[in-house]
Design a protein around this ligand. Structure first.
Ligand SMILES: Nc1ncnc2c1ncn2[C@@H]1O[C@H](COP(=O)(O)OP(=O)(O)OP(=O)(O)O)[C@@H](O)[C@H]1O
Ligand SMILES: [Mg+2]
Length: 275
């Protein structure tokens, strides 16, 4: 059996467990006993209501937080205590795309510089010389459906959907293996959500990417993912193939999440458009 690309074992996270001389800040347990294993090339979904611990889990996966219990292995290796070089190399292999495409772009930087910035840090690891940056940025823009005419524009000159394409291009610039997508379409108009989901699917196939896809929108998860985990107050309450979980949810909580999906306007529904 090959090593899973991402393996989370017995992960627990407690915030505010710092002990000071005069007491402690109130501790809050955000995650308990999380076990998730994701194979290379798989698309894994995580759903749960606000405050259930999705971002906390993501931060533990990225090595930005130290687990209180258990561990996270990326390609068989722990994601913490790597030293500076090791941390940089790991950071390149795991990239994240956030919900708000506006907030994650620097308004003063052109698109060229935004994407090339990632290459400055990781170019040496990728064997890309400075003279090759512009060519690479152009290739990336093309991969996400943008073009040469966009190269020297600033973020405010794009639509929300285009800005998310830029974020995706920037994440892909460093040739990651795992892409963490934290509500990547939630801030977008329904009419462009489907375009972005289609783009993500195409890129995954072409580049053999592995996705960790966070969404409160079960329709999006169902369309995009192979397997899904449902998280409630820091615990995984069920996980399995999407069809199974959606057709026969074993938990009341999962059924409630499904009931919470608003009835979409059939003409606007991205899932309808994806047919
Ligand atoms: N730095 C922190 N210190 C203390 N508690 C925190 C911290 N960050 C998050 N929490 C708490 O941990 C719980 C999980 O938060 P988290 O941000 O992981 O939820 P989430 O599932 O990402 O929610 P959302 O869907 O709203 O983004 C919440 O109760 C939150 O208040
Ligand atoms: Mg969150």
């Amino acid at each position: 059996m090959s090593t899973p690309l991402l393996k989370i074992e017995g992960l627990g996270h407690v915030y505010g467990a710092r002990r000071g001389l005069f007491g402690t800040s109130p501790a809050f347990r955000a995650l308990t006993g999380i076990d998730i294993s994701i194979a290379r090339g798989e698309s894994f979904g995580l759903v749960g209501e606000s405050g259930s611990g999705k971002t906390t889990l993501t931060r533990n996966i990225l090595g930005l937080e130290r687990p209180s219990e258990g561990h996270v292995l990326f390609d068989g290796h722990p994601v913490i205590d790597l030293g500076r070089g090791g941390e940089r190399r790991l950071r390149r292999r795991m990239q994240i795309v956030f919900q708000d495409p506006q907030a994650s772009l620097d308004p003063r930087m052109t698109i060229h510089d935004t994407i090339a910035e990632a290459l400055v840090v990781h170019g040496p690891d990728l064997g890309i010389a400075r003279s090759g940056y512009t060519r690479r940025v152009l290739d990336l823009l093309e991969a996400v459906g943008l073009g040469r005419e966009h190269l020297y524009r600033h973020p405010h000159e794009f639509s929300g959907g285009q800005r998310q394409r830029i974020n995706i291009a920037r994440a892909l610039a460093v040739e990651p293996e795992l892409l963490i997508l934290d509500e990547p379409t939630s801030a977008l108009d329904v009419s462009v959500q489907a375009d972005i989901l289609n783009l993500l699917q195409r890129l995954q196939k072409e580049l053999g990417l592995t996705y960790f896809f966070i969404s409160h929108d079960l329709g999006v998860i169902r369309y995009t993912c192979d397997r899904v985990a449902v998280i409630e107050r820091g615990r995984i309450v069920e996980q399995g193939p999407v069809a199974e979980i959606f057709d026969t949810p074993s938990q009341e909580y999962t059924r409630k999440l499904m009931d919470a999906i608003p009835d979409p306007d059939p003409d606007l529904s991205p899932l309808r458009r994806l047919g």
